[in-house]
Design a protein around this ligand. Structure first.
Ligand SMILES: NC(=O)C1=CN([C@@H]2O[C@H](COP(=O)(O)OP(=O)(O)OC[C@H]3O[C@@H](n4cnc5c(N)ncnc54)[C@H](OP(=O)(O)O)[C@@H]3O)[C@@H](O)[C@H]2O)[C@@H](O)CC1
Ligand SMILES: Nc1ncnc2c1ncn2[C@@H]1O[C@H](COP(=O)(O)OP(=O)(O)O)[C@@H](O)[C@H]1O
Ligand SMILES: [K+]
Length: 499
């Protein structure tokens, strides 16, 4: 499986294990890495003249010296600009010694139209914000409007967090090695990487696994075997029954979006639980979705006892008041034997910020339902202010910390949605589209998650699948998308996943 993401530390470990196992050594890996970048330059930027290779003092710079040498050997005009000198005896020093191109100071770098920049200043070892002559080199590259090929990462982008430190190159193509890094997928880093190409430099799949990485790029390839398909003898309730709580008379649409998405994502039956005052509004818009009155926790429990739905969605169209959070806690304490999982979204999350301690305690009780929380950035900050306020944590680390704290699968939404499980597994989504930045699309997502969990897909994989399907549906529909379009657009996505 090639979807693992390696942090710079894990990549260093993969490097160490590979060299330890032999026969390839450090300079051997560096030659392969530089070779992959040179191949890319030759195949994609054959007419670039000249190629400016920028080399830093570490192994990223070492890759750059290899690139410069190989390009010259292929007849390309190359100029090489360096900042710092490789440490004596290092692989980078060896690569520099093998490189026939004269080294010029980085301050002399001035790219001209028609040229190409190979950025081999800093990669995994980025340790501080870009400054001085390096920032000036970034500015001159932008000014000249020439394309950049980044080696491993655009200099300035953290491979671990996707943060931009001080400034960063904007690459047309980034060539990385063995596996992508979180910084290639997390914003703002992702916006600096351009197309990301993963080059095989001889680090085996087993070595990648041995690093202990528990983070994947979200992709159907690894969760599709768990994607549900109805049994031949299925009936509507055995295909998965989802209950969605509706808001009051002026806020019923969100629950219906969630309910329709749950139905399109394969739930055999979906019930909207509506306050009496909103029953007529809901009834006017629902056809195949079941409607049931629910004005109190007792009403909800009566429904749970009668129908035993697999999954409940609580949050879309509700309000941020403390009693909404108390109701969620009430549902959680009555879950045992009545429903299996609770998807908390929107105000179902915000309202619990009034009773965080009680919620985190309830989530860890042995009889608690499986929980999936789908916060956007604001909701995340309200329920997990300490985690959100820790500037040392990346979005990936925040999602993981929240998952552990709430004993829940966390879907931390946004252009780079991160999905994290309490056991430490995580995934970063990469098929997102700004078409999803439209009111109500989050409500749709909660319904898809619920439907997949209701069909017995494990919660982490269900959340990953839902996030991917949601974006895929938006992409297929295209511009003009509003949230109402998403449930029907899911039809084709489900059909393709089901073959
Ligand atoms: N691991 C593998 O399997 C393989 C790895 N490979 C390659 O190695 C790369 C990692 O190499 P690396 O560890 O030497 O780190 P690298 O990115 O060169 O930077 C370290 C140097 O830069 C300096 N420095 C950093 N930031 C700075 C700043 N803002 N401003 C100024 N200085 C700054 C830093 O200084 P220091 O922190 O020591 O003060 C240190 O001197 C990786 O990205 C890939 O390209 C491939 O060859 C294939 C196999
Ligand atoms: N720029 C973007 N790129 C990709 N996905 C996005 C972007 N903006 C929003 N989304 C996605 O759209 C959905 C919005 O959810 P949310 O903010 O809860 O909206 P609402 O409350 O209106 O339903 C989330 O799944 C989020 O990941
Ligand atoms: K770089």
């Amino acid at each position: 499986m090639a979807f693992e993401l390696l942090t710079p530390d894990e990549m260093t470990e993969a490097d160490r294990l590979t060299i330890g196992a032999g026969p390839v050594d450090g300079i051997g890996l560096m030659r392969r890495a530089g070779g992959a970048v040179a191949d890319l330059v030759l195949s994609r930027f054959a007419s670039a003249h000249p190629v400016h290779v920028l080399c830093g003092p570490g192994n990223n710079g070492g890759d750059g010296y290899v690139v410069a040498r190989l390009l010259v050997e292929s007849g390309v005009a190359v100029r090489l600009f360096a900042t710092g000198v490789p440490r004596a005896g290092s692989d980078a020093a060896l690569a520099a010694a093998e490189c026939p191109v004269a080294v010029e100071p980085l301050s002399a770098f001035a790219p001209e139209p028609g040229s190409l920049v190979v950025d081999a200043l800093y990669g995994a070892g980025l340790s501080k914000p870009l400054a001085g002559e390096v920032l000036a080199a970034v500015a001159r590259t932008v000014e000249a409007g020439v394309p950049v090929v980044a080696v491993d990462l655009p200099s300035g982008v953290s491979g671990a967090t996707g943060e931009v430190l001080g400034g960063a190159f904007k690459a047309a193509v980034t060539v990385t090695f063995a596996r992508k890094k979180p910084g290639h997928l997390l914003f703002p880093g992702r916006a600096h990487c351009g197309e990301v190409i993963v080059a095989d430099i001889g680090i085996s799949d087993a070595t990648v696994v041995a690093t202990g990485t528990r983070c994947l790029e979200n992709d159907p390839a690894w969760w599709r075997p768990l994607f549900p398909s109805p049994a031949n003898d299925a009936h509507k309730y055995s295909r998965g029954h989802v209950g969605v709580f509706s808001g009051g008379v002026a806020a019923t649409g969100a629950a219906r979006l969630s309910a329709m998405a749950a139905a399109r994502a394969g739930a055999g039956a979906v019930t909207v639980l509506s306050p009496g005052a909103a029953l007529a509004a809901n009834a006017a818009h629902l056809t195949s979705i079941i409607l049931r009155r629910s004005d109190s926790l007792e009403d909800a429990i009566a429904f749970l006892d009668a129908r035993k739905p697999a999954v409940l969605v609580y949050g879309p169209g509700l309000s941020p008041e403390p009693e909404v959070g108390r109701f969620a806690l009430g549902l959680m304490s009555h879950a045992s034997g009545r429903f299996g999982a609770l998807v908390l979204d929107a105000d179902g999350i915000t309202s619990l910020s009034h009773q965080r301690a009680a919620f985190f305690e309830a989530a860890k009780r042995p009889m608690a339902p499986a929980l999936v929380l789908t916060p956007h950035h604001g909701e995340f900050g309200r329920l997990f202010p300490d985690i959100a306020g820790d500037p040392s944590l990346s979005k990936l680390e925040r999602a993981r910390a929240a998952a552990a704290k709430a004993n829940a699968v966390i879907v931390y939404k946004g252009p780079d949605t991160v999905i994290a499980a309490p056991d430490g597994r995580a995934a970063i989504n990469s098929n997102g589209t700004p078409l999803l930045a439209t009111a109500g699309s989050g409500d749709v997502l909660s319904g898809i998650v619920a439907a997949l969990v209701a069909q017995a897909m494990p919660a982490f994989e269900a959340a990953c699948a839902a996030v991917w399907m949601h974006a895929e549906a938006a992409r297929r529909f295209g511009p003009g998308l509003i949230a109402e379009d998403l449930p029907l657009a899911l039809r084709e996505v489900v059909a393709r996943l089901s073959v």
